[in-house]
Design a protein around this ligand. Structure first.
Ligand code: MG
Length: 441
C-alpha cells in the first residue's frame, strides 16, 4: 500500500458539506503522468449511492512513492461506517480515464456483453437510428409550424385532422428537415471520414460551418449561429470558441447520436467523452450545452450495445466526474466551466429520482398520457411523448426517435415516416459507413 500525503485530510468537507471519511489505501499504484502526481478525488465518486453522498465535488489528491511502471490501475478506497467503498479509480497506462470494466466500473452491476461476437448490431439498426432521428426532427418541426407551437393539444388536434401518423408522408416541402438533422449529418459525415484526434475535430468544425449554408427555412438556434461564426477550421485550435454563458440550449445534444454509433465500445469511452465535449462546445461552450452532447452520445453507445434504457441516466451520472477530469485536463476556460458545472448533474439527478431511475433499474415512473388512443402502438406513444408536444419538439424528437430506431428498427414504423425523407440517401450511406468504422466489417 502506497502512502497518500496529507493534502487530502481525512475529514475534509466538500462544498456540499459531505465528508471524506478516510483514505485507507489503493491497490496497484501507477506510473507518473505528465501532470505529476496530483489527481482529483471525488466526493462519493462512482458507484456510491448512500443518501447525501456522491455530489461530484472533488479534492486534489497527491500520490507519493515510487510505484512500478508495470502497475496500471489506481484505486482510491474510502472508509465509511466500516464499509470500504471504491471512490475513484483510474487507468493511467493510456488516456487518463477509467475503463469500463464490468463490476469494477459498474460497482456491483455487470455491464452486458456486446451483442454478437464483438460484431455489434446489424447495419440496418444504424440506418434506422439515422432515419428515425431525421423523422423525429421533420415531424416535430413541420416546417416550423409545430416547433414553435406551445400548445400540445393543438398539435394533436392538427395531427388528427391530417389522419394520424400513418397518413403522413414526411417529405419536403411540407415536412423538411430542420437544423437538427443538417447538423447531425455534419457530425455523422465528419465521423465517417475515419479521421481521429485533432484532425477529426477540425473536420467537424469545418462541416458545422459548411452546414450553416444549408439552413434556409430550417431555423437554426442562436448558439449554433454564434458558435459557427466563431469557428476557424484549419487554424490551430480553430475548433474552439470562447466560453458562452448563454450556450445552454440543446443544439449540441441534438446532433450527437452519431458519436455513440461511431464509438460504441466500452473501451472507447475516453474517445466518446472527448469527441462529444469538444464537438459540443464548438457551438455550446457551456456545460449545460455540451454535456447534452455527451449524454446523447453515451445513450447512442449504450443503445448500440443493447443496454436497457432504464440504465442510461444512471450511467451518465456516473461518468460526469470523468467528463470533468477531461475538461479540467484540457485547461480551457476551466474556471468558467467549473462555476457552471453542477446544474446539469443536479438536474439529471432530480429527474432520475422523480422517475425512479436513479439506481439504474426500472420500471420508470412516467406520467400517464391524457387519452388511451395515444397508446395504440409503441411508435405512436414515443411520438406522443417525445415529438408531439408544446416544446422544443424537433430536438427531443430527433434524439428520442434515433434511440428508438437503434432498439426497434424500422419495422414498427409507418413507411411514410421515412421513405421520402429529405436527404434519405445521405442518411443511409453515412449510417453504413459508421457501422463499418465502428465494427470493422
Ligand atoms: Mg430544429
Amino acid at each position: 500500500m502506497r502512502e497518500l500525503s496529507r493534502e487530502l485530510r481525512p475529514h475534509s468537507l466538500c462544498r456540499h458539506g459531505h465528508r471524506w471519511c478516510d483514505v485507507i489505501g489503493m491497490r496497484r499504484a501507477v506510473r507518473p503522468s505528465a501532470a505529476g502526481w496530483v489527481k482529483k478525488v471525488w466526493c462519493g465518486g462512482t458507484g456510491v449511492r448512500r443518501p447525501g453522498r456522491g455530489c461530484g465535488h472533488g479534492w486534489d489528491l497527491r500520490v507519493s512513492g515510487n510505484p512500478s511502471p508495470a502497475q496500471k490501475w489506481l484505486f482510491v478506497v474510502g472508509r465509511d461506517l466500516s464499509h470500504p467503498t471504491i471512490l475513484w479509480h483510474c487507468d493511467l497506462s493510456g488516456p487518463s480515464l477509467p475503463r469500463e470494466r464490468g463490476r469494477e466500473w459498474g460497482k456491483g452491476r455487470r455491464m452486458r456483453k456486446r451483442s454478437g461476437n464483438g460484431r455489434g448490431p446489424p447495419p440496418d439498426r444504424y440506418e434506422a437510428a439515422l432515419l428515425l432521428a431525421a423523422a423525429g426532427d421533420a415531424l416535430g418541426f413541420r416546417g416550423g409550424l409545430w416547433e414553435y407551437c406551445t400548445a400540445g393539444a393543438r398539435i394533436h388536434e392538427e395531427l388528427r385532422a391530417l389522419g394520424g401518423l400513418s397518413s403522413i408522408e414526411l417529405r419536403p416541402p411540407d415536412w423538411p428537415l430542420s437544423d437538427d438533422t443538417i447538423l447531425h449529418l455534419a457530425t455523422a459525415e465528419g465521423l465517417s471520414s475515419g479521421l481521429e484526434g485533432d484532425a477529426l475535430l477540425q473536420e467537424l468544425a469545418r462541416r458545422y460551418v459548411a452546414a450553416m449554408e444549408d439552413m434556409e427555412g430550417r431555423k437554426p438556434g442562436p448558439s449554433s449561429i454564434l458558435g459557427t461564426s466563431q469557428l476557424r477550421p484549419g487554424e490551430p485550435h480553430g475548433y474552439r470558441i470562447p466560453f458562452n454563458p448563454t450556450g445552454t440550449g440543446c443544439g449540441a445534444a441534438m446532433r450527437s447520436l452519431a458519436i455513440g454509433l461511431r464509438y460504441p465500445r466500452p473501451e472507447e469511452l475516453p474517445t466518446l467523452i472527448r469527441v462529444s465535449i469538444e464537438s459540443g462546445r464548438m457551438t455550446h461552450h457551456h456545460p449545460t450545452g455540451y454535456l447534452g452532447a455527451l449524454a446523447v452520445a453515451l445513450f447512442g453507445a449504450l443503445g448500440v450495445r443493447g443496454e436497457p434504457p432504464e440504465l442510461w441516466g444512471a450511467e451518465l451520472l456516473r461518468i460526469l466526474p470523468h467528463a470533468w477530469d477531461y475538461v479540467e485536463g484540457e485547461g480551457v476556460a476551466v474556471e468558467e466551466n467549473a462555476a457552471a458545472w453542477d446544474f446539469f448533474g443536479d438536474t439529471w439527478r432530480r429527474y432520475l429520482e422523480s422517475r425512479g431511475l436513479l439506481g439504474g433499474g426500472g420500471p420508470p415512473r412516467v406520467p400517464s398520457l391524457p387519452t388511451p388512443e395515444e397508446r395504440d402502438a409503441d411508435w405512436e406513444e414515443l411520438c406522443a411523448r417525445a415529438v408531439l408536444h408544446g416544446g422544443d419538439n424537433d430536438s427531443t424528437g430527433t434524439i428520442a426517435a434515433g434511440c428508438w430506431g437503434l432498439r426497434w428498427g424500422l419495422s414498427r414504423v409507418p413507411p411514410g415516416m421515412h421513405r421520402h425523407l429529405e436527404y434519405r440517401q445521405r442518411l443511409c450511406h453515412v449510417a453504413h459507413r459508421l457501422h463499418a468504422l465502428a465494427w470493422g466489417h
